[in-house]
Design a protein around this ligand. Structure first.
Ligand SMILES: Nc1ncnc2c1ncn2[C@@H]1O[C@H](COP(=O)(O)OP(=O)(O)O)[C@@H](O)[C@H]1O
Ligand SMILES: [Mg+2]
Length: 253
């Protein structure tokens, strides 16, 4: 599949392929005449651009609000292309993507995706071991690497779009951009900064921006922070709760 989208919308308009691709169809496209055909279940979450519905067993349905449904709008056409592109990427178990995209020739209704039984990092429990959280982060970072190699620039990464159940998952990549002119290493660094920023909220209760750190050395960065925290506590900071407490004690010493 060809990909070309860009943040610069002028560039996007100049791309004659856009229209062709939109109607080309892809494996995950499911054509329906109306959303009523789908029998969506109850609303799980209501956001400004979409509602998440219960769908078939083990799947949610993300239904776009009307502003995001018209395929003739170039921004929506681009959204569709990004969704298709992400879904076709292989070997990224921790990046949640669309399974099927539901369309009519004029409308993009939304998409189905597997339900991850997990809590968002906003609601994560304090007694979770720091080492477990970091192990799951390490697995996710491998998928971020894969994503970057495929020129995906992520947007909207935050604690609410990261889920944890012993493993860590990234959801809600709808605002991502794809452009083969992007440099994979830079994309990786950028996404990792956002992830580390989110982790720092959870682990340190701190919003320190992580642009000073070498993202390839994040393990040592957290090792160092854990040592600071443990020293301040006078005991090993094992859990998220202890890590946060120790770090805050260190900060306000
Ligand atoms: N695949 C999923 N598995 C589990 N929970 C999900 C999933 N997708 C969405 N959610 C829940 O619904 C919320 C909103 O979904 P999201 O895709 O982030 O929509 P929005 O674009 O409104 O932010 C998420 O923060 C999460 O709590
Ligand atoms: Mg979200």
């Amino acid at each position: 599949m060809i990909v070309f989208f860009a943040k610069n919308k002028k560039i996007c308009y100049n791309m004659p392929q856009t229209k062709k691709l939109v109607f080309k169809g892809a494996i995950m496209d499911k054509y329906i005449s109306s959303i009523d055909k789908l029998n969506l279940g109850k609303i799980i979450n209501s956001g400004s651009c979409s509602d998440i519905h219960q769908f078939i067993p083990n799947f949610y349905f993300k239904k776009f609000k009307s502003d995001y449904q018209d395929i003739k709008d170039p921004l929506n056409a681009e959204l569709l292309e990004v969704l298709r592109y992400l879904s076709e990427l292989k070997n990224m178990p921790y990046i949640v993507r669309a399974k099927d995209i539901y369309l009519s020739p004029t409308t993009i209704f939304g998409y189905s995706m597997p339900i991850i039984k997990a809590k968002s990092l906003d609601d994560i429990e304090d007694n979770i071991l720091v080492s477990d959280l970091l192990t799951s982060f390490s697995l996710l970072s491998q998928d971020v690497y894969t994503l970057s190699k495929h020129y995906v620039k992520t947007e909207d990464i935050g604690t609410n779009n990261l889920l944890y159940n012993g493993l860590m998952y990234m959801i809600d990549l709808d605002l991502s951009l794809v452009d083969k002119r992007y440099i994979p290493d830079e994309l990786y660094e950028r996404t990792m900064y956002s992830l580390i920023y989110s982790l720092n909220k959870v682990l340190l209760d701190d919003y320190r921006y992580s642009d000073k750190i070498n993202v390839n050395d994040w393990e040592n960065y957290y090792k160092y922070l854990r040592e600071l925290s443990s020293t301040a506590l006078n005991q090993e900071a094992e859990t998220i709760f202890e890590m946060k407490r120790g770090y805050q004690k260190y900060k306000h010493r």
